[in-house]
Design a protein. Sequence first.
Lengths: 359, 282
Amino acid sequence: MNLIGEHITYKPDDQFHLNDVSFNFKKGNLYTILGRTLSGKTTFLKTIAGLLNPDSGNLSFEEKNFSKIPVWERNVAMVYQQFINYPHLNVYENIIFPLKQRKLSQDKIKTDVEEALKTVGLIGFENRKIQELSGGQQQRVALARSLAKKAKILLLDEPLVNLDYKLREQLREEFKRIFSEGMSQDTILIYSTTDPQEVMELNGEVIVLDEGKVLQKGPAKEIFENPLNLKVAEISNDPPMNILKGLKNSDNLNFENISIKSPKHFKNLENQNYNFGIRASEIKLDENGEEFEIELAEISGSETLLHLKKGNSKLIALIEEVMNFKIHQKVKIIFNSNKFYAFNQSGELVSSPYGANNG
Amino acid sequence: MEKLYTFLKYTFITLWTVFIVAPFLWAVSTSFKDFQSVNSKVTYIPWLDFEPTLEGWRVLVKSPARGGVDIVEPYFNSIFVTCTASLVSIVLGTLAAYALSRFTFKAGFVRNNDITFFFISQRIMPPIVLSIPFFIFLSTIGLLDSLLGLVVVYIVLLMPIAVWIMVDFFNRVPKELDETALIDGCNPYQAFYKVVLPNSIPGLIVAGMFCIIFGWIDFFFAFILTFTEVQLLPVKVVALNSSITPWWSLSASALISVAPLIIVAFVVERYLSKGNLSGALK
């Protein structure tokens, strides 16, 4: 009774939009598609909705061949990153539109719409025109329309990306609540985003997509702790994970002009060249550390992002307080060496601080 | 600076208004004059300079048998031909434009843009190029000098305008709107008339307005493709001018010829300035 995709490939021009994508989605679960812009997330969702026909591969749902069923009979719902509502209808008419299409009884429509309006917090806005609403409210209407349908597959394509920072935070919190309380166990929820933080907060099953190819599948925690390769490490961290080329010998990790003590979890690692990865948040300011020059300092919220440079090595450090730095100022930093990852020369994870140890 | 700008703006608007309105005032005044007041001396103000008369207007509705010119029939002919051709052009043109905007056509080297250009090319060509084919075509199917024949020709002339305006309009309607309609259970036809069409009213109004204007003012084809049976208004008005120029009835007929266009302009202006239509889609 699952939504199953097998070897789905879509290549409308000389680039793969989807490249041999397979999946098995179970009802009652939340799946997040994580990938950068143009990685194929929207194509993925549109293929499930039936708006695109893949060149090859099978798609089946509830043991029926899904690719034979046209979009309008698939009973899916989709929320776009642009706030797509019907501009000629008011809020109430927008939400009942799909229900009227399905010719449900008046009573059923009424209760379903009220429930949906309540879930997204738009009670009292029924007669408003769409153009009179803010971006966040418009996106709520789109979400309410999708929820009221009680579709078996709910697709959300970067629903928060066009909202401003504050609204995004607020709506993200609400999404978590709606997904955990309001969804029936009959629904498959698929949520695409570019934001690793969103993926971690929603805490569902994650599919990391890049250039139409699935790089890694697994629970959010697993993706965070053991990214399979450099690409995943880059996509699933914001700011991206720092990667430093270096040589490991029995005691030390030797980088271009820094040498630090090898952490315990690298004990069984062969002595050779690796790409070492460390998250921006695992770099701290410390008087006894290595000296780096500041190239750029950004303050975001309650944190400060430092772009650091020493020789050819560049790093991003995330300092958990607001500090004022000058460009070209020298600062001293230390690495939390217990949180080092090691990727081999071809970019695959060989050792992680959280256990995965292929080395 | 601000004041200078305002001053220049209003000066320009005033001059332009005078430039546009003066001939109208001249026509209104002339239409109430008789032979004497036109030809003897320069006259401006009714009752003071000249004695107004309705003769110029009366001639237009009198039958030729009683010395009139009867522009009533050509007037209704023009209304019929313009409205029918515009309506058909808008319906067919909108469907064609939607298809050209949303689907990808491939036939040999022909692509969507080539089809759109084919439509527009019908208007880029000088009309005289089309006159001979149209004449032969209509005479072959026996529709020369008939209302139906004129409607057919005017559809060919007006549909490119409708296609052109509506392709551009549909291209600016996000494709996601159609897709959402499909996802919400509409088949492609329902998506078109339940969602896309209601949101295209501003485009339809503009396209309709252009069709009506271009259909109404066409003289060339109305002149070439009709003889005695059927006459359209522009031809009839020009035909008023004979050895003696009847300035009074010419002015009167010119005024009632432009009247429909002025009414259309006012109605459309009010409709479009309601705002909710033009700003319906971001």
